[in-house]
Write a protein that binds this ligand. Structure first.
Ligand code: NDP
Ligand code: MG
Length: 381
């Protein structure tokens, strides 16, 4: 195995952990290109360490500065640069950018029939049907990186879709799982960023606290594995040891377990269909853990999860609206412009005001996405 890898979102939480895997397995993987947003320190560090052939940054000034320092590297920028990087010659594209900005680069790489390891769940939520239909058309392979979906993929273990009856996604409950709704009224950004089990980027940490993350994951599971929403369950499991499960028609349930460490599903997507050792990783010791806990999901307490099911069942552009409204609302919460509970209120309002368009094309999705962001911004003016 010597796989050339392009990594979009290299400077983020998933990106940096993907770089760890590439570093730990130099014989197996080579980083030929990556994208950064605005974090030039990490971009420079990776340019020195991995000597890639192409790099993309968000802003033109940063691209000029990097080109002066690394003249041998092709330096591109902005959304067009992201597409150039995504379609650069390689074996695997890892999409670890945050938000629906990852959609077009993914669609372009799919047209080249690439293997795409997708962490960027917003892309699947906003336009999953376009991604999966064109993957089929062009023979591209989509491999999940998100821990729950990697667990579902591993638990399905190549068995036919018809053999399975139900997907069971586990949820840790996020930073506020033990608080009542009343106690959420005045929580701060700092409180919300404090996740009990996983260390992640700030947007997804807020999504975990609101439970929007689990909602996006339910939609992601529907898209990736073709299960109806009524056949997807969410189970509260505070330890995050069982990463998800698949029930089969004979009532057998297959689960994937492990310590909460994103490097495991990231590495599996890179090495698939093989497995590589992880010498540094902590092994699962169930005797030490002693007990695992499970609890039914409370859809009134975790209202955003209910909204995500509603958006998924409605279909069409409703999931685009859910995602865009959430991205805008989370940005405003992180900026301290709105309170925590307003995130789900704004999502609900955006969904109520939207008349969904079914089987939307790319242009329609991009329009609905930008319209929704604007209208959510206006709701608090
Ligand atoms: P981060 O916020 O840590 O990183 C996001 C990456 O995207 C950074 O490299 C950032 O650049 C880049 N980026 C942000 N905005 C833009 C833009 N407009 N154009 C180009 N690049 C941009 O996110 P995470 O790593 O936490 O998450 C990445 C994706 O993976 C998300 O979809 C998330 O839901 C999913 N995911 C994450 C998990 C985790 O453990 N973190 C677990 C499962 C899924 P820079 O920082 O340089 O500005
Ligand atoms: Mg997840």
């Amino acid at each position: 195995m010597n796989k050339k890898i392009i990594l979009l979102g290299a400077t983020g939480s998933i990106g940096v952990q993907t770089a760890d895997i590439i570093r730990e397995h130099k014989e197996e993987f080579q980083l030929v290109g990556f994208s950064a947003g605005k974090n030039m320190d990490t971009a420079r560090k990776f340019l020195q360490e991995f000597s890639p052939e192409i790099v993309c940054v968000q802003q033109e000034e940063d691209a000029k500065a990097l080109k002066a320092e690394f003249p041998a590297v092709e330096v591109v920028f902005g959304n067009q640069g992201l597409i150039e990087t995504a379609t650069y010659d390689a074996d695997i594209l890892v999409n670890a950018v945050i938000g629906s900005v990852g959609l077009e680069p993914t669609l372009e790489a799919i047209k080249l029939g690439r293997v795409i390891a997708i962490a960027n769940k917003e892309t699947l939520v906003t336009a999953g049907h376009l991604v999966m239909d064109s993957a089929k058309q062009y023979g591209a392979t989509i491999l999940p990186v998100d821990s729950e979906h990697s667990a579902l993929f591993q638990s399905l273990n190549g068995e036919k879709r018809e053999q399975a009856s139900r997907l069971i996604l586990t949820a840790s409950g996020g930073s506020f799982r033990d608080r009542t709704r009343a106690e959420l009224e005045n929580v701060t950004v700092q409180d919300a960023l404090n996740h009990p089990n996983w260390s992640m980027g700030s947007k997804i940490t807020i999504d975990s606290a609101t439970m929007v993350n689990k909602g996006l994951e339910v939609i992601e599971a529907h898209i990736l594995f073709d299960f109806d929403y009524q056949d997807i369950d969410v189970l509260l499991h505070r330890e995050s040891i069982i990463h998800s499960m698949v029930e089969f028609h004979d009532t057998s349930v297959m689960a994937q377990l492990g310590t909460p460490d994103m490097r495991v599903p990231i590495q599996y997507a890179l090495s698939y269909p093989e497995r590589l050792p992880r010498p540094e990783a902590k092994r699962l010791n169930l005797a030490e853990i002693g007990k695992l806990h499970f609890q039914e999901m409370d859809y009134e307490r975790f209202r955003a999860l209910k909204l995500a099911f509603d958006a998924g069942i409605e279909g069409g552009t409703m999931t685009t609206v859910l995602n865009a409204a959430n991205e805008q609302a989370v940005a405003m919460f992180l900026n301290e412009q709105i309170k925590f509970l307003q995130i789900e209120e704004l999502i609900e309002r955006a969904m109520n005001e939207h008349a969904p368009i079914y089987s939307p094309d790319l242009e329609t999705i991009l329009n609905v996405d930008s319209q929704t962001r604007k209208s959510v911004e206006n709701m608090i003016k």
